[in-house]
Design a protein around this ligand. Structure first.
Ligand SMILES: [Zn+2]
Ligand SMILES: [Zn+2]
Ligand SMILES: [Zn+2]
Length: 150
């Protein structure tokens, strides 16, 4: 069991961030890596396959901590719980299907934030342009979901 969650270099990444390597942290990281764009509840279910006695509380605490450290990215699509992923640091964007909620990664053409220049900053120093594309995925369109008339 230990071998399956030690393989990916998460242990050394945790140490590099000054965190102890715990079974809870490894199970959460493995779960998010295997299921990108998952909610905390889905990560809890996946982490329980590695670590059956992990509690919801410890999953939430680990998710918050690893997000603050920048090891996980938290993303909040409209009308959906926050989702987590291990793909960090490339300022990629997301395309969300408004019918089924499917989330796909969209590479950022610029690759760093902010990749859009606002027409007015109102005196603020802009750090992030949080881009979410909302549409209808091909499967939902094929099943007759209404799409904007072409
Ligand atoms: Zn869809
Ligand atoms: Zn993503
Ligand atoms: Zn971009």
């Amino acid at each position: 069991m230990e071998a399956s969650i030690e393989h990916s270099g998460w242990a050394s990444a945790l140490r590099a961030h000054g965190r102890r390597v715990t079974k809870q942290r490894l199970a959460v990281l493995a779960a998010v890596e295997a299921h990108p764009h998952s909610s905390a509840d889905a990560i809890l279910s996946a982490a329980r396959e590695e670590l059956p006695d992990i509690t919801p509380q410890s999953v939430y605490v680990v998710l918050g901590d690893l997000t603050d450290l920048g090891m996980l990215r938290r993303f909040e699509p409209p009308h959906s719980p926050a989702l987590y992923e291990t793909r960090v640091g490339d300022n990629h964007h997301h395309a969300v299907c408004s019918v089924c909620g499917r989330v796909e990664d969209v590479d950022c053409a610029v690759g760093h934030a902010p990749c859009l220049t606002p027409s007015a900053t109102h005196g603020m120093t802009i750090m992030i342009a949080d881009v979410t594309y909302v549409g209808v995925c091909a499967e939902c369109a094929a099943q007759g979901a209404p799409t904007p008339a072409a």
